[in-house]
Design a protein around this ligand. Structure first.
Ligand code: SF4
Length: 382
């Protein structure tokens, strides 16, 4: 196992995922694939580019599914298995379970003392999700506060970057606002000569630039200074369009998913039912992969050569949709077969999974304790 002391010399990234059960291809391509890429990036000198933290956000699952947690324990394990099978490496990344680091809950409570209600009420997903999940009573304190719990999740580790898709940018912005408010209320203002000059000359542009300036000394000073929570920055990640079997966004709630662990026979059978270009009614009609959900999946999973064959065959009616879907199945299976193999190996050794998560959570607690100590001092608790 790697050294458990926090690495304060390279920039860090942190992200998490709610455990809703086994992951589907949309979860994989929308987040996990990119996490593995970030974990494996190397500097010119061959060193890991980022210190990585990835977690299963089990407390978040309770914000919507509090009334029936019967599946939660298994869902947590399923997501952790998919993380590791997809290539997150506990030797390179800290992989952990959110609730195994109790400091998430404590920091959330402390943040709740100074976060205006209006900030939470205006988060776009608050109203959207209440609309979408009408069958659940989401008029709860936990649901309103989940973006603040997310802020605590992030700021606890003081990451330099949070890799997210465009739809999550608002949540990171809230986190930045929370950090700013905390620093205003409790933090000493860092005064540099540059800042003094900018303040004295009322140079707003310079002051703004100083706020946003990339940190070449990632966090070392900030982490040792009580009362300062550095604002993380968004690392916008590619979020390819991944339609489900019915052409809508792939999502469990639509029942249109292909799972990362989908057996080959089921995957092929499911793809046969997938909607296609509606204008291609007969086999002899030419189609257009640009408006076909199967074409969208080819863009993500197929090689350039296969894509060229699909575009040529479809637009000239040279191939049928069944053949095209068979090629797509081959491409997806090529991508996920090694993942499924690793998953089977891990599933056969549950004690190993426990040990990995125990170790990851222990390392995460070390970092979390550092931050929380400074926060507690700043807020007068120590
Ligand atoms: S041939 Fe392929 S891309 Fe063209 S309409 Fe059929 S499924 Fe879609």
């Amino acid at each position: 196992m790697p050294d458990s002391s926090p690495d304060q010399t390279r920039p860090s990234v942190l992200s998490g995922m709610r455990p809703t059960g086994r992951l589907h291809l949309g979860n994989y391509m929308g987040a996990l694939f990119n996490w593995v890429r970030l974990q494996n990036l190397r500097t010119e000198g061959g060193q890991p580019q980022y210190e990585c933290f990835f977690f299963v956000a089990d407390l978040h699952a309770l914000t919507t599914d509090y009334a029936d947690p019967t599946a939660l324990r298994q869902n947590i394990r399923d997501v952790a298995l998919d993380f590791l099978a997809a290539g997150l490496d506990p030797e390179r990344s800290t992989v952990f379970i959110q609730s195994h680091v109790p400091q998430h809950a404590e920091l959330h409570t402390l943040f709740s003392m100074f976060t205006p209600l209006g900030w939470l009420e205006r988060v776009p997903s608050y109203k959207d999700q209440q609309e979408q999940l009408k069958e659940k009573d989401l008029n709860t304190y936990g649901f309103l506060g989940y973006p603040l719990l997310q802020s605590a999740d992030i700021l606890l580790y003081q990451p330099d970057f949070v890799p997210v898709g465009q739809d999550q940018v608002a949540h990171v912005e809230l986190t930045r606002e929370v950090a700013r408010r905390f620093n205003q209320l409790y933090g000493p203002k860092p005064v540099t000569t540059e800042r003094k000059v900018a303040v004295a000359s009322s140079d707003k542009e310079k002051l703004a630039a100083l706020e946003n300036e990339p940190r070449t000394q990632p966090r070392t000073q900030a982490r040792t200074q009580a009362g300062i929570l550095p604002e993380p920055r968004v690392l916008l990640t590619p979020n390819p369009k991944l339609p489900g079997l019915d052409g809508r966004k792939m999502s469990k709630s639509y029942g249109n998913t292909i799972m990362l662990s989908e057996p080959e026979a089921d995957l092929r059978a499911k793809l046969k039912t997938m909607v296609t270009d509606p204008a291609r009614v007969r086999r002899t009609d030419p189609g257009n992969p640009e408006v076909c959900p199967v074409g969208d999946l080819h863009k993500v999973f197929s090689t350039e050569e296969t894509r060229a064959d699909v575009w040529q065959g479809c637009t000239t009616a040279g191939i049928g949709c069944i053949e095209c879907k068979g090629w797509l199945a081959d491409s997806i299976i090529r991508e996920i077969a090694p993942i499924q193999e690793r998953r089977r190996t891990l599933e056969a050794d549950p004690e190993r999974l426990d040990a990995i998560l125990w170790d990851g959570s222990a390392r995460a607690r070390l970092r979390a304790l550092q931050t929380l100590q400074h926060v507690r001092q700043a807020m007068g608790l120590e």
